[in-house]
Design a protein around this ligand. Structure first.
Ligand code: GLU
Length: 328
């Protein structure tokens, strides 16, 4: 079991949005010869959109050969039910996202997961004694993270997961290992939206169970909030003019914008703090502290920065200083 079919089909804004265009074009092609020209034009447009006006191909995802490898610890033993269960199973099960470019994305053809959060998950696994081929990733949407940890479906969760007090009542958090901030993604040619102050009367898309969605509803009641269970669906809706903006963390939005820079742009500055944590079962304190130790060690030995540079760094922002780990 590697993926969750629903989210797994949305690999990013590009291919998904283009799939619609191709289906429509194929239906027309069967009927008239003139449609062949139409199809050629359409494909050319799609290609242009994908390549950007200058003809430069869009940045590709992280390349496996550029990714760091992490030293796998031996003889690890932790007095932790989660750790013991993983050890006797012979592999770790880690929850993540599948449709967030440079952060946590799954290649639909190979099933391969890549991105900064995937690297964080792998470096922690190495410190727990599990090499990368002993880590099984499972796609879990924002709204299902707490239940997946509570019912033991995953051992830990790494996927743009903001630490906050409400969630701490349900799960434990190691970290933080990164500080993101809520931002806005709009169409490149949109001149109206330049920050959250411009959202009145606009349709704004986000994901159920996420902190950006909650903040949108609570603080910007004049916007019309639309919720789906993954951000790539929001981005498809933005490109096809169904919504006016997408809101979530800047990390996620920068990834989508980097894929189609001639169509999308970030509007204004981030307007919240989203400290990313690694979600663990709430009662398993020793497991959480062992993961805190792992994060601190990988920040100190350069793995964290190498991982950032070969993933999130590809969307154009140099590595920041990671926030201090909060061992509670
Ligand atoms: N970091 C935010 C959250 O945890 C938004 C990103 C997400 O939905 O994963 O809710």
């Amino acid at each position: 079991m590697r993926t969750h079919a629903r989210t797994g089909t949305h690999a990013g804004p590009g291919p998904h949005a283009y799939a619609y265009a191709n289906t429509r074009a194929r239906a027309t092609l069967r009927n008239t010869p003139r449609a062949a020209t139409l199809l050629t034009l359409l494909l050319a447009a799609v290609l242009l959109a994908a390549c950007g006006k200058s003809g430069t191909p869009p940045p590709k995802g992280p390349k496996p050969k550029d990714l760091p490898s992490y030293q796998v610890a031996t003889d690890v033993d932790i007095d932790s039910p989660t750790f013991r269960a993983a050890k006797s199973r012979g592999r770790l099960i880690v929850g993540t996202k599948a449709d967030q470019p440079y952060v946590a994305a799954q290649d639909p053809a190979s099933g391969y997961y890549s991105g900064f959060d995937i690297e964080i998950a792998k470096m922690v696994a190495a410190s727990l004694g599990f090499p990368a081929d002993r880590v099984e990733f499972k796609t879990i949407t924002s709204a299902n993270r707490e239940t997946s940890l509570q019912n033991g479906e995953v051992d830990y969760y790494v996927g743009t997961y903001t630490i906050n007090d409400n969630r701490k009542k349900l799960v434990g958090f190691a970290g933080p290992y990164y500080m993101a901030g809520q931002a806005l993604l709009v169409r490149k040619n949109d001149k109206d939206i330049n920050g959250p102050q411009d959202l009145a009367g606009k349709k704004v898309c986000s994901v159920s169970g996420s902190t950006p969605y909650q903040r949108l509803v609570a603080n910007y009641p004049k916007a019309t909030a639309v919720a789906y269970d993954s951000y790539s669906v929001c981005v498809d809706n933005l490109i096809s003019l169904q919504v006016d903006a997408v809101t979530t963390d800047d990390t996620i939005l920068k990834g989508y914008a980097a894929k189609v820079p001639d169509q999308l742009r970030l509007a204004g500055e981030p307007f919240s703090q989203e400290p990313y944590g690694i979600g663990v079962p709430r009662g398993d304190r020793n497991f959480r502290l062992a993961i805190d130790d792992a994060i601190v060690a990988h920040e100190a030995n350069g793995d964290w920065k190498r991982a950032y540079d070969s993933t999130l760094g590809l969307s154009g922002v140099p590595a920041p200083q990671p926030p201090p780990v909060d061992r509670y």
